[in-house]
Design a protein around this ligand. Structure first.
Ligand code: BTN
Length: 257
């Protein structure tokens, strides 16, 4: 086990730093498949993640040495399969809490677990569970946060931002990682202590476009809706023309005004 100075009980206590890897999620899943005895809270961190993966088979692009690209091993065996989304909520709130020490306002969580600063994406989460029987055996929590990247590829211009772009100064990656590990541990322990209702409220309080009329698209059709919340199973709850409707992740697209 590699030692570090994090003031946590377990998240980040075993920190594996890689100079280059395709994807930290792949690397961690590969270690797990070799039955390596990895402690819960193990963190894989890469300087250069050259084939990062995002949700819906997207690519996660990150300039080498500039950003946080990490994967954390958790074992939420206490969480019923129908409550899996609570872990997404805990992780998103933990990232949000960590970044709120750097940014006073404008931070929010875009359903299901994107981290936004106003209308721009600052970070994303890719959670991959291994399920055995009725419980989660291993969870790989992949987190990408744009920290010191100043220039984005053409397809991300006006869509993504970074902490340094907002603050106009660089942020220390090691300190940010230490804060993030602490926050994740706090919220994860709350989840384990059955404080799901509190986590849920923290997530909903930070939800992008909550209670705000905004345009969306489904199957090519554009409509106005109002986000009212998120169901226990992670469906987006909306009111459309006064009628309650729920959406799965792939079913709806957020549009810009
Ligand atoms: C998304 O917004 O689509 C999720 C992005 C998740 C990116 C992170 S970076 C570290 C980890 N390793 C990966 O390959 N992906 C996640």
């Amino acid at each position: 086990m590699q030692n570090n100075t994090f003031s946590t009980l377990f998240v980040g206590q075993n920190l594996i730093k890689l100079s280059a890897v395709d994807s930290t999620n792949n690397f961690l899943k590969n270690l797990l498949s070799k039955s390596e005895p990895l402690p819960e809270g193990t963190v894989i961190m890469a300087d250069d993640q050259f084939a990062g993966r995002g949700m819906q088979e997207n690519i996660w692009k990150s300039d080498p040495g500039k950003n946080l690209t990490i994967s954390i091993l958790l074992r939420p065996t206490f969480l019923g399969l129908n409550k899996q989304f609570l872990l997404n909520m805990a992780i998103s709130v933990a990232i949000n809490n960590t970044l709120s020490a750097y940014l006073s306002n404008g931070l929010c969580i875009k359903w299901p677990n994107d981290i936004y600063y106003n209308d721009l994406k600052l970070g994303g989460v890719l959670i991959e569970n291994t399920i055995i029987g009725n419980s989660i055996k291993n969870t790989v929590v992949g987190i990408g946060i744009n920290v010191n990247q100043q220039f984005f590829p053409p397809d991300l211009i006006h869509k993504a931002t970074s902490l340094s772009e907002i603050l106009q100064e660089n942020v220390n990656l090691e300190l940010l990682l230490a804060d993030l590990c602490s926050q994740i541990e706090v919220l994860y322990l709350q989840l384990r202590a059955n404080k799901g209702a509190f986590l849920r409220k923290s997530y909903i309080d930070r939800l992008y476009k909550i209670n705000t009329p905004a345009p969306y698209r489904q199957n090519g059709e554009v409509f106005e809706g109002i986000i009212t919340g998120v169901s226990d199973s992670g469906l987006l709850k909306m009111n459309i023309n006064g009628k309650p409707v729920q959406f799965n992740f792939k079913e709806i697209e957020f549009l810009k005004l």
